[in-house]
Ligand binder design. Structure first.
Ligand SMILES: CC(C)(COP(=O)(O)OP(=O)(O)OC[C@H]1O[C@@H](n2cnc3c(N)ncnc32)[C@H](O)[C@@H]1OP(=O)(O)O)[C@@H](O)C(=O)NCCC(=O)NCCS
Length: 292
């Protein structure tokens, strides 16, 4: 069967919704890559007058990576879309194609059929607000909402993620590139506010209170991190509960986040998030490499 493949327009919204494609779901779009390389385009496959599959493509030219996310539709047209968008990405210089699909879903099976293998899994965490009050802050540490100094925040992000998130450093090409990319994230104009934790003025941890409204009354948080030498004193828990309290005070009633599951992410972070939140469906990150 043949399909017409074309880029979607706002008038396709209804047809995409009929496929179960949710423009707000941002499955896989919480990937750090997409914060750094935020351009992306939604494509669809048509059969006759009917939209039968869709996928979102993002090309990150500096890293030789293309991302396929938000796949929806029937297996046949999805395969056609995956093939066509892969060829397009390779033509634009991509050497690796990465896709995100709910773990165990028909979409994940379609990707496996095209030689994609699971690289890691992402856990979707959901909080119903209000969360418990943060209580007293750990002693000797000051906490305040602040505008990040991108270099300072990026240095701490490298120190905090190194060890448990090594795939991200490999993927970005080492610590210097990671620091540059993190700094870009903290410079970005997204509606994101931060609470910093400081000891004698030195930044030892921070949390994002949301990276913008994903759906009304619902935010996606960037995450919490603490300097390795300062862990295990309740700083992470306090930061997270303060961030959830800020969201509640802004009228947000549920909060969502995606984080990489162990063993490619941080087991302590997942434990911390699940202390007050619940685990929703996992997303698999699949890859095909060596395509150039
Ligand atoms: C996740 C992270 C922020 C936790 O920070 P933290 O300050 O160590 O967090 P807490 O101290 O609140 O909790 C950590 C542990 O210390 C324990 N703890 C809490 N208060 C304590 C205290 N006063 N004394 C001793 N231990 C304590 C907690 O029970 C918890 O134990 P558990 O991991 O077995 O559940 C930190 O490990 C980190 O920066 N990880 C890497 C970054 C990362 O992956 N972030 C997620 C990105 S999405």
């Amino acid at each position: 069967m043949s399909y017409i493949l074309r880029s979607s327009t706002p008038s396709d919204a209804e047809a995409l919704a009929a496929l179960g494609w949710d423009p707000h779901a941002q499955r896989g779009l919480n990937e750090a890559d997409l914060f750094v390389y935020p351009s992306h385009e939604t494509w669809l496959a048509e059969h006759g007058d009917e939209v039968v599959a869709t996928a979102r493509l993002c090309i990150a030219p500096h890293s030789g990576l293309a991302l396929l996310t938000d796949l929806a539709g029937a297996a046949g047209p999805l395969l056609a879309l995956v093939d066509e968008l892969s060829q397009h990405a390779i033509g634009q210089g991509a050497e690796t194609i990465q896709a995100a699909a709910p773990t165990g879903s028909p979409m994940a099976a379609v990707l496996a059929e095209r030689g994609f293998t699971v690289q890691r899994r992402v856990v979707h965490i959901h909080w119903r607000l209000p969360a418990p009050p943060p209580g007293d802050p750990p002693s000797g540490i000051s906490f305040a909402e602040e505008i990040p100094n991108p270099e300072e925040y990026a240095r701490l992000a490298v120190a905090a993620y190194r060890g448990s998130w090594d795939w991200l450093f490999d993927h970005w090409g080492g610590d210097i590139a990671a620091r540059r990319n993190f700094a870009r994230l903290f410079e970005s104009p997204r509606d994101e506010r931060f609470i910093g934790a400081r000891q004698n003025g030195e930044l030892i941890g921070f949390v994002s209170t949301g990276s913008g409204e994903v759906v009304p009354g619902d935010f996606s948080t960037f995450g919490v991190l603490v300097r390795p030498a300062m862990r295990g004193q309740g700083i992470g828990n306090y930061l997270l509960l303060r961030a959830l309290q800020v969201l509640w005070n802004r009228g947000v009633r549920t909060a969502e986040m995606h984080t990489t599951a162990p063993s490619h992410g941080d087991p302590a972070a997942v434990r911390l998030y699940l202390r007050h939140g619940e685990r929703r469906g996992d997303v698999s990150i699949l890859r095909r490499s060596g395509l150039a």
